[in-house]
Design a protein around this ligand. Structure first.
Ligand code: SAM
Length: 407
């Protein structure tokens, strides 16, 4: 066995050569960052709804996530862990006993668990290998009103459009491999969730946080119930993104109210339309702000030398929580906060310069000039050189050309 420390817990997993779906029990130490963010998000959600929350990690693996949720989040009721693998279940049980937490343990195929436990959980965590698409219908059936859906997808090549057909097959949406394809991918996944759960009169009230990091995409989605609100949410948030690959024009369109445009209004080229996808907000600034403030409560110090306000060593205090990946979490959350209210898609200045056959000016100069002209210009976590803005491509090209001449 190997032993790993994370947050407040220590878990054992059978020794594995490399992190993969063929490991006897799945545990990926790199996902500590993801689990740290989840802890902050779930605690923030719990405080917003202001009631005890029941949580289910539907794809539990070693049990680390469920055990951490039970141990590190306040006002948690029952935490359940489920996995189809008996070895994973044995390990989850052993790890929960070793960490002195009580969790409910299930061994079901995920869809069966979700169908048999309708309306029980306030938080569903969906973290399978690869695509989530096989499970979203059961998630829609199972979700209760006023709940949180945390969903991870690792089939990013489909969602981002490297392979078009798998995306159409799995998510019933056409992707497009643009410079903002990761944003598009998250929008396709969110759109698929919204359209799939709508038949159960459930809707996305709000996407609290979403991010594309390393090999996966992760969304924290507030769900609610009601037919009128479901209709309204689909009408406002489901659409297409039209993109011109010749001049880089792009726009979004609400599909239930409008027809999809065929040609680029700037250069006349045939447009590429990606979707249906979520064209609403992907981040909630208020929620992310609360998460950022929470990091302090979760102890900014290092594991080994932690002192409280009276300089007492609290390293072994089981009630003091940890966010070990604090720096990385803060960087992501701050960027997500910055881009929270920015418009759809983003520009890649290098791509625009290649399109214009000119050399690229400094990013900061372009952003400053955009802001001076009254446009939004913010960074995005999707791409370190991406700019989110309400500027149109024609004016942006003029700015870039002007600055390029003065390099
Ligand atoms: N959530 C875990 C964590 O944070 O460490 C990791 C989960 S791992 C990516 C996916 C797990 O889902 C594996 O342990 C696998 O055995 C289990 N699994 C795969 N297909 C399943 C299914 N259809 N129903 C239930 N569990 C399944």
């Amino acid at each position: 066995n190997e032993i790993f420390n994370e947050g407040l817990v220590e878990i054992k997993v059978p020794k594995f050569e490399k992190v993969s779906s063929s490991a006897p029990v799945f545990y990926n130490p790199k996902m500590e960052f993801n689990r740290d963010i989840s802890i902050l998000a779930l605690q923030t959600f719990q405080e917003e709804v202001d009631r005890e929350i029941n949580i289910c990690d539907v794809f539990g693996g070693s049990g680390i996530r469920a055990i951490r949720y039970k141990k590190e989040i306040s006002d948690v009721g029952n935490v359940a862990v489920n996995d189809i693998s008996s070895l994973a279940i044995e390990q989850s049980l052993e790890n929960s006993i070793a960490n002195d937490v009580e969790i409910d343990i299930y061994q079901h195929e995920a869809n069966i668990l979700l169908r048999e436990n309708r309306g029980i959980f306030d938080v569903l965590d969906i973290d399978p290998f690869g695509t989530t698409s096989y499970f979203v219908d059961s998630v829609g059936y199972s979700l209760k009103k006023d709940s949180l859906l945390c969903i991870t997808a690792t089939d990013t090549s489909a969602l981002c459009g490297t392979y078009k057909e798998p995306c159409i097959r799995k998510y019933n949406a056409k992707p497009y491999k643009s410079e903002y394809c990761h944003e598009n991918g998250i929008r396709i996944l969110a759109g698929f969730v919204a359209l799939t759960i709508a038949k159960y009169k459930k809707y996305i009230e709000d996407i609290k946080l979403s991010h594309s990091s390393e090999h996966y995409m992760r969304l924290y989605i507030k769900i609610n119930k009601g037919s009128a609100n479901t209709d309204e949410s689909l009408a406002n948030n489901i659409g297409y993104i039209s993109h011109c690959k010749k001049c880089l024009y792009r726009s979004s369109i609400k599909v239930l109210a409008n027809s999809i445009p065929e040609n680029c209004p700037i250069c006349g080229e045939k447009l590429i339309n990606a979707g249906p996808l979520w064209i609403g907000y992907l981040q909630n600034a208020d929620f992310i702000n609360k998460m950022i403030q929470k990091i302090d409560e979760y102890n900014p110090d290092s594991h080994n030398n932690r002192l409280d306000e009276n300089n007492n060593d609290i390293s072994n205090n089981p009630n003091k929580k940890h966010v070990n990946t604090e720096k990385k979490v803060l960087k992501l959350l701050n960027t997500c906060l910055e881009e929270a209210d920015a418009p759809i898609t983003f520009y890649d200045i290098h791509l625009i310069c290649r399109n214009l056959k000119i050399s690229a000016p400094k990013l900061v100069d372009v952003m400053n000039m955009m802001k001076e002209e009254g446009f939004i210009a913010t960074k995005t976590h999707f791409n370190p050189i991406g700019i989110k803005s309400d500027i149109d491509i024609v004016r942006l090209k003029e700015i870039v050309r002007y600055l390029s001449k003065n390099i």
